[in-house]
Design a protein around this ligand. Sequence first.
Ligand SMILES: [Zn+2]
Length: 349
Amino acid sequence: MHDYPKTLLEFQQFFPDEMACARHLEHIRWPEGFECMACRLPGEPWRLLSRPRVLECSHCGYQTSLTAGTIMHGSRQPLHVWFWAAYLVTTQTPGMRALQFQKQLGLGRDETAFQMLHKLRVAMVRPERDGIGGEWPVELDETWVGGATQGEGRGRHHKTLVVGAVEVRPRAKAPGPDPNLPTGQAKTAHRGGHGRSIIAGRLRLQVVSGRSQKELEAFALAAVAPNSVVRTDGWIGDDNLTKLGYRHDPLSIQGDQEKTEAHLPMIHIVFGNLDAWLLGSHHGVSPKHLQAYLNEFVFRFNRRFWPMVAFDSVLNIATRLEAPTYRELYEGKRAHPIPAKPGQPVPTG
Ligand SMILES: [Zn+2]
């Protein structure tokens, strides 16, 4: 399947029943056609109408479960409910709250809604393998998140420090319009202060306990590829980033809001969106859960141009597949993920 349902009506037409959902799972797992896990022979399997999640080998009779090892494993919910859930979670910009989720999917118990949502969120918490940056510069900055606890006023004691890193890419290479900018804003109106029209690439966000160099350096090393150009407003010591193997591009004049915006435009847009999402959709998030929400935000952000990839990933198919890299997607070289080698153990986290 190369198309992506762009409306709820189209989604219903793509996935009208259990068998349609099962065929989609099958296609993603075996893009070149089914191959039996037991006898390794290719060929059309038997598909039982009464058990859409099971494929039976036409040679040896071995039965393969389509949902084994995925977040849907062992669930009593029909596949199409999971598909709706994954679709809503990946396409609704603000994400979903449990109550809204339960109502929209007509789930009988709020526990069911909570568990499904939780499992979907777990499927988003997949560490990326490679650092961002490389040939693209990275904006690195920090922000305080939260703090508007009801009845207690705003205070720093309820705020959590978050560090973020985002790639900056020229707009010409990016597919489609930039969802970071308010609708109606003229393209030429937003230039990154470097004479070019730019767009946010991949994002990383991390909760940190404070401004210790150790933590900041650990984040940089985990998030940003070696030798990348890293832009900051000077809050990280120049020596430290250079020591770690980055080309540091600090802003020399601190405290000037306009110059800071021009130097780090993308990460500030991201922080603004994050704040609006946490407060608007979730009415604030407690510090201990914040990282899970950051992961959800980053997951959707990094896949915003490829909703079908996000949709497939969140059904946890990606844990058993080698997902295409961001660049491969940009260049359109791999429309489909490459399946893991047959017989490999299936990761379940
Ligand atoms: Zn077989």
